[in-house]
Design a protein around this ligand. Sequence first.
Ligand code: MTE
Ligand code: CO
Length: 390
Amino acid sequence: AGTPDPNIVPVPEWTRMLGAGVNNHPYGVPSKFEKDVVRREVEWLTASRESSVSFTPLYALDGVITPNGLCFVRHHGGEAEIEPDKYRFMIHGLVDKPLVFTLDDIKRMPGRMNRAYFLECAANSGMEWRGAQLNGCQFTHGMIHNVFYTGVPLRAFLDAAGVKPSGKWVLAEGADASVMTRSIPLHKALDDCLVAFAMNGEALRPEQGYPVRLVVPGWEGNMWVKWLRRIEVGDQPWAQREETSKYTDLLADGRSRRYTFIMDAKSVVTSPSPQAPLRHKGPNVLSGIAWSGRGTIKRVDVSLDGGRNWTTARIEGPAMPMAMTRFYLDFDWDGRELMVQSRAMDETGYVQPTKAELRKVRGENSIYHNNGIQTWLVRGNGETENVEVG
Ligand code: MTE
Ligand code: CO
């Protein structure tokens, strides 16, 4: 800033005239100066946009809630456009009484709940198995969002239909062209799954499954069926495409794991990061997010020297089970090169592994469930890159 600073001494332009009226935007939009904060795609990643993914701009967000318009989108057959009046949800299979619900029926069900949960695609960080690849946490970690859902426990619908004693699994099916179908153990369906119709206080966005999606807390995003059409109760898993050919984890010894549902503890520093370089020497606030599908985040440690020394970060704001948790480290930067890492610990005592530790078990040909520690190299000029330490 100059002396005198022209941005504080004279009365600014925007103070000398009236601003826009109250209903300038009947549905509010972000400041035009924030136009770079958008979901982005990785062009070469998928062959078509109907079966593709866009990534949450994590580097530009703070707090713990992901704004609805910035939640990453992943779908396999395009976005279904469902007329709410024609929407139906069916419970059938091994039940005493098959039932069909309208959207209004769902909104009239007793027991409605509000819960914040992260949704992470099992393929998040999947491009990083063979080494540092994508330059920005939007792309390395952006297949995650954290939303406050309003919905009805799935248990309420299952209880209403009456699950037969032989019922052990449920199949959730989507009404989109991909007919996304996943098997979920009955105990999870009865425990904390939600049939959700609102996100962050408003109706679900079309791309997030309007009018109804399944919420499967802490478990891989693929199971959170959007445009939810039916739940079938069965006595064993269905071995659908998305649980045999996809969403299995190849191990170093050539075998594959199936039905690896839970998303293990993970974290990433969102600032500094390649899209959010360091701009100032002196005081800085390092910021990041941590989450665990097994419960609450208890501690996050940060290293500025590639994992040699660790400092416990400040968890700030709510640390709720299976929800995104924000951490900060207030630090002084003297212009030295940094190797920034974060390491999450959850309430079970589980500690986020290094990439080397993960590869010992998983090899390099996996796609899913990569929760290894991320390293950002901050250069002397503040520019930041995705790297790995040996
Ligand atoms: N549900 C349906 N019906 N169709 C889909 O293609 N994609 C799944 C899951 N539910 C999918 C779906 C995958 S792989 C993920 S990661 C999440 O939805 C993504 O949810 P989001 O689009 O809200 O980010
Ligand atoms: Co996914």
